[in-house]
Design a protein around this ligand. Structure first.
Ligand SMILES: [Zn+2]
Length: 138
């Protein structure tokens, strides 16, 4: 099925969603920095260019937008009702790609943690903090 929006309108919609994703990535980065950990961003030589990279620990964190990465059983991951097959195909493709990336990283000896957009909050979240701490210290 063809997209119901014109290409320029579609680009605009996608850009808006992407910007929101970047916002929650920033929240997580600030939280990690405040916890005293230092990291690198988007290391290009790693599969999937992980958002946050802890080189010495060989660990990476991905901050995934619920919509784009198809967070299952999440209200933000719900597909729009109009043009459903277009979205289904697009998001399923992303989920498959994400799975491949995590497997490739594992093969290279890197541990990954996925933080979902819906698990972040601008005020900071103690549950997420503990989860990140456990991940980095284990
Ligand atoms: Zn979610």
């Amino acid at each position: 099925m063809a997209d119901i929006f014109s290409p320029s309108k579609r680009t605009e919609i996608m850009k808006n969603i992407r910007t929101k994703d970047t916002g929650c990535e920033l929240v997580v980065r600030k939280m990690i920095y405040a916890m005293g950990y230092r990291y690198r961003l988007n290391k290009r030589n790693l599969p999937g260019k992980p958002d946050i990279v802890f080189g010495v620990r060989k660990k990476v964190i991905f901050v995934n937008g619920c919509f784009w990465h198809g967070h299952s059983r999440c209200s933000r991951g719900k597909l729009p009702e109009s043009n459903a097959s277009f979205w289904q195909k697009k998001i399923t493709g992303n989920v498959v790609r994400d799975g491949k990336i995590l497997r490739s990283l594992k093969k290279l000896g890197w541990k990954s943690l996925v933080v979902w957009q819906c698990q972040t909050s601008p005020k900071g979240d103690s549950k997420l903090k503990r989860r990140i701490e456990r991940f980095l210290e284990k």
